[in-house]
Write a protein that binds this ligand. Structure first.
Ligand code: TRP
Length: 349
């Protein structure tokens, strides 16, 4: 695996600025991002341009973009070590999407499961919903990304990004690195507190079933108190037989870092009531400092915008050589002084 100056593989994550983020998003997303930044050259992109592909409210987009940005920093991302930015702040993303649309196949885009599902659900189907995966391919390819941590539902989109890269490389010469996906491991997934056989979800869970990262301590305690448990009385990890209790053990592990078997032992003989209360308390403790940082940052939009500007500048510098190479190889005329094709070589080329 080729790497950058620091010899660290490059990771690109795209985060949707939609919906209230849950404990599930923390466990599978935010928590991992903060770890990734230690070991990788990491790009965290708030993909606001993707949000306009289905019906949305402009004021809400603005708010939730700032919410997600504040949450990324509150959960431990550092604007110096990582590159945290808004997709719309780096025009290379929109440009790359258009250029790549030349090598994206109409037929393949029409076979995307997510497009088929979403277009069935919406009355108005935008052209953007159809070309969504091309924008996503550009996000990834512009940075000569090695690894893309994504959910299973995004596998097909990553495959398409690789196909687009290969077709471009074949037609115009070697330009893009082919990215690999990093998919979530089974287990460690946070399930709905009311329906522990389904994932905790921003869109599908009930209010009681999902713990939001901005819930007050009392709300969190109440949600855990009323969490569904299973028959029997043992606190034992067994997702098949005991999905409710197992989910609570997973959550306790996320909140405290204690291994599951140690947790089983320490709650041996305790009733479910006591166990649920302890899990709720652990989550309150986990979220307290995060919420404090979130509130402080979210209340200071100037600081938030300053941090995002730092990220955007780094992202521009990192993506520019690749975008320039794309224009050059595709036969566009150099835009003149100040816009030198190939002034810098793309990473790894
Ligand atoms: N489509 C991704 C999702 O729904 C979000 C995304 C956009 C993304 N661009 C990306 C993810 C680039 C990884 C890399 O989750």
């Amino acid at each position: 695996m080729a790497a950058n100056a620091d010899n660290k593989p490059r990771v690109f994550s795209g985060i949707q600025p939609t919906g209230r983020k849950t404990l599930g998003n923390y466990s599978g997303g935010f928590r991992q991002y903060a770890q990734t930044q230690e070991t990788h050259d990491a790009f965290f992109c708030i993909v606001d341009l993707h949000s306009i592909t289905v019906e949305y409210d402009p004021a809400e987009l603005r708010d939730s973009t700032l919410d997600v940005a504040a949450m990324l920093f509150a959960t431990g991302l550092d604007s110096e070590r990582s590159t945290v930015f808004c997709q719309s702040h780096v025009t290379a993303h929109a440009e790359a999407a258009w250029l790549l649309s030349a090598v994206a196949s109409y037929g393949q885009l029409g076979r995307m499961t997510q497009f088929k599902e979403k277009s069935d659900r919406h009355e108005f189907v935008s052209a953007g919903l159809f070309t969504y995966p091309v924008l996503m391919a550009g996000d990834i390819l512009l940075y000569q990304t090695d690894l893309v941590p994504i959910g299973d539902d995004q596998r097909q989109h990553l495959e398409l990004a690789r196909d687009i890269a290969e077709r471009f490389n074949y037609r115009y010469g070697e330009t893009f690195r082919l990215p690999d996906g990093k998919f979530p491991e089974v287990g460690g997934r946070v399930m709905d507190l009311q329906d522990p056989t389904s994932k905790m979800s921003t869109t599908l869970s009930s209010e009681q079933g999902a713990v939001y990262l901005t819930d007050t301590p009392d709300t969190i305690r109440k949600k855990f108190k009323s969490a569904v448990t299973d028959s029997g009385r043992e606190v034992r990890y067994d997702p098949k037989e005991k999905p409710g209790v197992s989910n609570l053990l997973e959550i306790m592990n996320v909140a405290t870092g204690e291994p599951i078997d140690a947790l089983e032992q320490s709650f041996d003989g305790a009733g479910y009531g006591q166990f649920k209360e302890a899990v709720g308390e652990a989550v309150v403790t986990l979220l307290a400092p995060i919420q404090e940082r979130f509130e402080a940052l979210r209340g200071d939009e100037r600081e938030l915008q300053r941090l995002l500007a730092v990220g955007a500048e780094k992202a521009r510098r990192a993506s520019e050589p690749t975008l320039e190479a794309m224009y050059e190889r595709m036969g566009f005329v150099n835009a003149g002084p100040g816009r030198l094709f190939g002034a810098a070589r793309p990473r790894g080329l």
